[in-house]
Design a protein around this ligand. Structure first.
Ligand SMILES: Nc1nc2c(c(=O)[nH]1)N[C@H]1C(S)=C(S)[C@@H](COP(=O)(O)OP(=O)(O)OC[C@H]3O[C@@H](n4cnc5c(=O)[nH]c(N)nc54)[C@H](O)[C@@H]3O)O[C@H]1N2
Ligand SMILES: Nc1nc2c(c(=O)[nH]1)N[C@H]1C(S)=C(S)[C@@H](COP(=O)(O)OP(=O)(O)OC[C@H]3O[C@@H](n4cnc5c(=O)[nH]c(N)nc54)[C@H](O)[C@@H]3O)O[C@H]1N2
Ligand code: SF4
Ligand SMILES: [Mo]
Length: 718
């Protein structure tokens, strides 16, 4: 550095009036990288820098999003006070006025249409304490059965499959430190290189140690770039692909018979199904060359250890539940689970993707992963909350089905916390109308998102720099996000807002909490004895031990790094094998004359979900400032799609306008559009409403579309 520059920086440093250090965790993905944001003030101007903090999961690494996440948190558009819509305009209001209006309107809705006319929509980006409290608020505060959350669109198929096959659902059955020790890694529909970038060194280390890596994805992603073998599957055909892999195991005598006999049930059903399965046809229907299928199956089965990882590519399908089960069949039939270097992982997505699905935000669930339909669980929770079991509402419906009930007028009010459903739900145009149909809608957010824009009241929440609480990361490790920045303006923590609404609704007695830790201590009790048992975890222990992997049933318990070493979470300790048909994919929308291409959707490294936060970060937005469509050059030529121009993508639901991006890395029958943009670029305008019958997951990853040049003059907006 030149001398004059050095002097300049030294002078600047001396001018620093103050420096504040905020310890926290990145607000974005499930890695929950620990970091420090350092705020320096020079003559009234603040500047920020970010650095990683060492921890067992990410060792101090950060990706580009984590490095820039302070930008949205200190953005000028952050909401600083409650807003009430008056004559179509948002007007600042005090908390008392906003809360009083909520009391009046929520009470009126319930008086007129019954308790279940109010709904709560939560998120897996909030802390465990807040997820727990939101579930309690719906059941004990509003006494409504209608609560669900954005994780429905994220983890629901892996969660229900894990529960059905293994008896419990913790994303990873082994801790990350085992990955470098495994000999074969099969990654199905996961793009870790862009979506959990700081996990990559575990996989790179495995590769260095000689592991063989197989990636299943219709695109050659950055993740596929590290693979030894890439199976470029047809969108939505993963159940068939898994069948083809399993058929090879049978043909080649590669079934681990001892494991199957001792540790599983249901084998004869799978065997019979395989006897009747045609390998060539099945591989062809999945769009993968037979020799690659054989190579993958043989290598995985013959390796002394192996792990299968799945993510949204195979899970966000209307047969996602059965598809995940078929990949679990593969794990079980080869005996690759419950020992060092062998196991399964559904890579969680949001910061609290794991914890957010355990403590009662789901329509059918009570804390500790208890079922709301199980009489004993109901009694346990009702006792703890100090209410009668009969007062506890029953099971509600999944997130998108709540939207349908809003459209039908059965649900008339909603409290939305930390989600942007008009951009993230399928069939987005319908969802917008459904929300417009509400009598009264309250959104809690950091910003006026596309959904909050439609609210009657917006309550300003604190961000990850200000709000302390626990987050359960990708490993199932319960971490403590410290947060010591003073809440700006009139913002309040999500948990405090929930307590405040409960208070005005006359239910304050259930919600007398002074801190996040207070809530956590009740959550510990509520999860005690449940499948996701947090009882032995305390703030003090998390601080000392740098996080604890659940289940942790008592204070002297170390936590559980590896699951299922001796048995699965059923009474008979046996995992469940099930026959999955290739047509698990039937009923799914397929390309047709009018809509000849598959559409699949997903993410880019520098943006996060609906983009409300990352689009506000100049450093991140600059990397991708608009949406795009990946298309193979040969397909582009066939449909007269020029490179890097605006194009229309049409489905039976509607159309969007995005920029074309030619790439040979995608299948010729498929286009890819990310979902980080709204309005004209909201790809969810194209996605059908069909849901997986078991778990309520939409088919974000395969639908049918047509593409054409953008013709502003003639474009018809459906
Ligand atoms: N940068 C970034 N990181 C994120 C997020 C983000 O928005 N941005 N979101 C977080 C969240 S909430 C989640 S859930 C995770 C998601 O993490 P991932 O599931 O890894 O992300 P996606 O990009 O949605 O999908 C993964 C891959 O599936 C592939 N795919 C599409 N269709 C199919 C198919 O039919 N079969 C197969 N086998 N593969 C298919 C896509 O091409 C894509 O490469 O990421 C988390 N991390
Ligand atoms: N086409 C397509 N659609 C998808 C997917 C896909 O792969 N393809 N993926 C799905 C998946 S996996 C997911 S997880 C969903 C996610 O979809 P959404 O739930 O809509 O996710 P976000 O964009 O994160 O919305 C979060 C909102 O909460 C606000 N917020 C951030 N932090 C806080 C906080 O601490 N408190 C409060 N109160 N608000 C906060 C943000 O400003 C933002 O407005 O999208 C799903 N939709
Ligand atoms: S986005 Fe994920 S990987 Fe990147 S810094 Fe944040 S938590 Fe870590
Ligand atoms: Mo997600």
């Amino acid at each position: 550095m030149k001398h004059s520059m050095l002097n300049y920086y030294r002078e600047k440093q001396q001018q620093a009036e103050s420096e504040k250090v905020y310890n926290t965790q990145c607000p974005f993905c499930s890695m929950q990288c620990k970091k420090q944001v350092i705020e320096q003030t020079f003559v009234k101007r603040k500047s920020y820098k970010t650095q990683g903090i060492d921890n067992p999961t990410t060792q101090g690494r950060l990706c580009v999003k984590g490095l820039n996440a302070y930008q949205h948190a200190v953005h000028k558009d952050r909401l600083m006070e409650p807003l009430i819509k008056k004559n179509g305009e948002f007007v600042p209001a005090g908390w008392d006025e906003a809360l009083e209006l909520i009391r009046e309107k929520f009470s009126a809705v319930q008086k007129e249409a019954g308790k279940d006319a109010l709904s709560v929509y939560g998120s897996a980006s909030i802390t465990n304490e807040e997820s727990y409290l939101l579930g309690k608020f719906a059941r004990a505060g509003l006494e409504t059965k209608h609560i669900d959350y954005n994780g429905r669109f994220c983890m629901a198929s892996a969660a229900t499959a894990g529960k059905a096959v293994l008896g419990m659902d913790r994303g990873l059955t082994n801790s990350l430190e085992e990955i470098p020790k495994t000999k074969c890694l099969l990654l199905a529909g996961t793009n870790i290189a862009e979506c959990q970038p700081t996990i990559m060194p575990y996989f790179e280390e495995a590769k260095k140690n000689g592991a063989y890596i197989i990636v299943i994805d219709p695109r050659e992603t950055e993740t596929a770039a590290m693979a030894d073998l890439h199976l470029k599957v047809k969108p939505g055909k993963d159940a068939a692909l898994a069948n083809a892999l399993i058929k090879v195991l049978f043909n080649e005598n590669l079934i681990d018979e001892t494991f199957v006999k001792e540790r599983t049930k249901g084998f004869s059903e799978v065997k019979e199904h395989m006897d009747n399965l045609n390998l060539e046809e099945t591989a062809a229907s999945a769009g993968v060359p037979l020799k690659d299928v054989e190579k993958a199956a043989k290598t995985f089965a013959k390796s002394s250890s192996g792990m299968v990882f799945t993510a949204r590519g195979i899970e966000q399908q209307t047969d996602g539940h059965m598809t995940v089960r078929n990949f679990l069949n593969l794990v079980l039939l080869t005996g690759k689970i419950g020992r060092e270097g062998s196991g399964y992982g559904a890579i969680t997505g949001q910061g609290n993707g794991q914890g957010g699905r355990e403590h009662g935000q789901k329509c059918d669930q009570l804390p500790g992963y208890r079922s709301i339909e199980d009489p004993e669980s109901r009694r346990f929770i009702a006792d703890l909350w100090g209410m009668e079991e009969e007062q506890l509402p029953g099971k509600g419906v999944s997130a998108y089905e709540m939207m349908e009930k809003m459209q039908e007028g059965e649900i008339k009010g909603m409290l939305l916390v930390c989600s942007n459903p008009v951009v993230s739900n399928p069939n987005a145009a319908f969802v917008k109308k459904a929300i417009q149909n509400l009598d009264f809608f309250v959104a809690v957010d950091l910003f006026i998102s596309e959904t909050a824009e439609m609210a009657d009241v917006i309550l300003p929440s604190t961000s990850y720099l200000e709000d302390e609480g626990t987050m359960t990361n990708v490993e199932g490790r319960v971490t403590l996000r410290e947060a010591n920045k003073k809440p700006p303006g009139q913002t309040r923590h999500d948990w405090k807002i929930i307590c405040d609404i409960a208070e005005v609704m006359g239910k304050g007695e259930f919600f007398r909490f002074q801190s996040a830790e207070d809530i956590f201590n009740e959550l510990r009790e509520a999860s005690r004895g449940g499948s996701a048992d947090y009882y032995g975890i305390t703030y003090e222990r998390i601080r000392e031990e740098q996080g604890i992997l659940w289940p942790c049933p008592d204070i002297s318990h170390k936590g559980t790094k590896r699951l299922f070493e001796h048995g699965f979470a059923f009474e008979d300790k046996k995992a469940l094998l099930t026959a999955v048909t290739n047509e698990a994919a039937s009923g799914k929308e397929q390309p047709s004359v009018n809509y000849p291409l598959y559409l699949t959707t997903g993410r880019v490294m520098s943006h996060y979900l609906t983009g409300v936060q990352t689009r506000k970060s100049s450093n991140l937005a600059a990397r991708f400032f608009e949406s795009f469509m990946e298309i193979h050059p040969e397909t582009a030529e066939k449909y007269a799609i020029p490179e890097s121009e605006l194009v229309e993508v049409h489905s039976a639901r509607g159309s969007i306008v995005v920029r074309s991006k030619w790439t040979r890395k995608i299948r010729k029958d498929t286009i890819f559009v990310p979902f980080h943009w709204a309005e004209e670029q909201n790809v969810n305008m194209l996605i059908p409403k069909d849901l997986d019958p078991v778990c309520g997951m939409p088919g974000y990853k395969s639908s049918a579309v047509r593409v054409q040049k953008y013709e502003p003059a003639t474009r018809k907006v459906e």
